[in-house]
Design a protein around this ligand. Structure first.
Ligand code: ASP
Ligand code: MG
Length: 595
């Protein structure tokens, strides 16, 4: 008998009528012959209300008490949903996180799941009951109530689907699926039929609010197909699965992260260990650092730029103060009127020119790009906040995201392909029953025989990046990593990119022509560099990965030239000589997490 997990978000259980509607959906599934587990969030905005209440009682509430308080929201809904099911003539039992055996670590307000015991749920299902489980909560070793972080009910649902080996995991919400970008920001956004785990992981961590990003980590690790659909209609929504919708479209989604801040540390001595000191001081304060760009300046000094959430800016500057004192930098600048625009697409790696298309779209809308980072399936650009909406629209239009790609596949076509034996890449990770949410790495690799080209003194105005990468593309040069960051000197920026070593001469020629036509300060080429990559799942939410990478390289006296991070990869560009040492060092450090 098939098992289905149905998750209902806060808006789907916001009032009595909606609770009844959710109950009816579960009963219908049961009458169709499924075993049904429901996962329910707190009603409407109840979690927000509880948070406000706590603030009224006093500042800085203890984290443990906060979780005790917030978990009550879900407890109210599960009881009411179970009552509604019983009133409609079926049998249901509500269970708290503790009662479903959801064991977590003790990091209150952002606990990670260790294990789930399924016996009780299975026994109740065998008795013909619908199980109504509280989302978002668990218990630690000492039976303290913990919560998984805002939006965590999604993660409860997917985790339950994984351990119960459910046939389907349906996420009922107030939107009817996943869109190419947030439809509240851009009404022309298109609902997609299918999106891959990798794409959804990136989009969720960029702030696409449909799904909690840790739930996608789970889904990918355990191969759980997720169906995101509306709780107010019966239309099919979006399937989140291994496969992607199109085999050719370079971009599947765009996202805007509105409230970012840029920090630049100027004149950092360009010797190993400096970035480590900077970033570990920030990491210690549990502040997530996002776009990281290191500019190799003239004269042995580097400028290190990165972004943090705007709310974290003050804390970041405070954390930096002692470090910049200690290492003797030239200064720190910041800008908290910036937003990040990103495009994500699983076909990107074999699509030259995606970056230049994005930059052209931004240039066409008169948007100035302040920073750029690229990684395997994502390109991000930092832009002025007052241009962020224009920028998002321009990029969405530029990639024609409102149109369905010609080769788009539906979920039923993908299922047919699977049945016909079309291979899908499945993750071979070592899944430990006692550490369900532990870091999972899939590999550590080195791409050697690369070269770096840096353009210095790139004028800070719209259209330059577009022109650069169009000309490089036109010369048939394939570019891997691109970073652009603040240069400090005159408000200009510098842009670095990597190319295969044998394309260095040709790249330098093009770069010199570009530099001459835009009056740039100069061009630098470095042969013999390598890119080391740590790949895995949820690397940005497991923030220590980047820190460990820096630590490992610094302790081996290896200087980092360029950095990029995503949910799937952390990349560092270093000198070729150091590649073997770096790889061995990283393999040792991450031995316990390699699948
Ligand atoms: N009630 C929690 C929140 O509002 C968990 C959830 O809804 O997923 O964040
Ligand atoms: Mg939610």
């Amino acid at each position: 008998m098939s098992l289905i997990v149905q998750k209902f978000g806060g808006t789907s259980v916001a009032d009595v009528e909606k609770i009844r509607a959710a109950a009816r959906k579960a009963i219908r599934a049961q009458r169709q012959g499924h075993r049904v587990v429901m996962v329910v969030s707190a009603m409407g905005k109840n979690t927000d209300r509880l948070l406000e209440l706590a603030q009224e009682v006093g500042p800085n509430p203890p984290a443990r008490e906060m979780d005790m308080l917030l978990s009550t929201g879900e407890q109210v809904s599960v009881a009411l949903v179970a009552m509604a099911i019983n009133a409609l003539g079926s049998e249901a039992v509500s269970l708290t996180g503790g009662q479903i055996g959801m064991q977590t670590d003790s990091s209150f307000s952002k606990a990670r799941i260790r294990s789930i015991s399924t016996e009780r749920i299975e026994r109740l299902l065998d008795e013909g009951k619908i199980v109504v489980a509280a989302g978002f909560q668990g218990i630690d070793n000492d039976l303290n109530i913990t919560t998984l972080g805002r939006g965590g009910s999604d993660t409860t649902a997917v985790a339950l689907a994984a351990v119960l080996k459910a046939d389907a995991c349906e996420i009922y919400t107030d939107v009817d699926g996943v869109y190419t970008t947030d439809p509240r920001l851009l009404p022309e956004a298109r609902r997609v039929d299918v999106i891959s785990y990798d794409e959804m992981l990136e989009l969720a961590s960029l702030g696409a609010s449909v799904m909690h990003n840790r739930s996608i980590e789970f889904a990918k690790k355990f191969g759980v197909p997720i169906h995101v659909r509306s709780s107010f209609s019966d239309t099919e929504g979006t399937m989140i699965v291994t496969e992607q919708e199109s085999g050719t479209a370079p971009v599947s989604g765009a996202a805007m992260t509105p409230d970012e801040a840029r920090v630049t540390v100027l004149g950092v001595p360009d010797v190993p260990g400096m970035s480590l000191q900077i970033f570990s001081a920030i990491a210690e304060k549990k502040i997530a650092v996002d776009m990281v760009v290191q500019n190799i300046g003239d004269g042995g000094k580097a400028d290190v730029s990165f972004t943090v959430r705007r709310d974290d800016l003050q804390a970041t500057l405070l954390a930096l103060a002692p470090v910049i004192e200690a290492i003797g930098v030239e200064g720190v600048t910041h800008d908290d009127h910036v937003s990040k625009i990103s495009v994500v697409g699983a076909n990107m790696p074999d699509q030259a020119g995606v970056a230049s298309e994005m930059f052209r779209a931004l240039a066409g809308a008169g948007v100035n790009i302040q920073m750029i980072t690229t990684s395997e399936i994502k390109i991000s650009a930092l832009v002025p906040r007052d241009q962020a909406s224009i920028a998002l629209r321009a990029v969405h239009e530029g990639f024609k995201l409102h149109e369905k790609p010609d080769d788009a596949k539906s979920w039923s076509q993908i299922k047919a392909d699977r049945e016909a034996g079309v291979e899908v890449e499945t993750l071979i990770s070592r899944l430990r029953d006692d550490a369900l949410e532990a870091l999972t790495l899939t590999g550590i690799s080195v791409l050697d025989h690369q070269a770096r080209v840096t353009l210095m003194g790139v004028p800070d105005r719209p259209g330059i990046a577009a022109d650069m990468f169009e000309r490089i593309g036109a010369a048939g040069i394939s570019v891997d990593m691109i970073v652009q960051g603040y240069d400090g000197e005159d408000g200009s920026t510098s842009v670095s990119f990597t190319v295969p070593q044998d394309a260095l001469e040709a790249s330098l020629k093009v770069a010199e022509a570009i530099a001459a036509s835009h009056g740039m300060r100069g061009v630098q080429g470095v042969r013999e560099i390598a890119k080391v990559t740590v790949s895995g799942i949820g690397l940005r939410s497991h923030t220590h990965v980047a820190t460990l990478l820096f630590e490992t390289l610094a302790s081996a006296d290896i200087n980092v030239d360029m950095i990029s991070t995503s949910e799937l990869q952390v990349n560092a560009v270093i000198s070729s000589d150091a590649a073997d040492t770096a790889k061995r060092g990283l393999e040792k450090v991450f031995a316990g997490s390699l699948g």
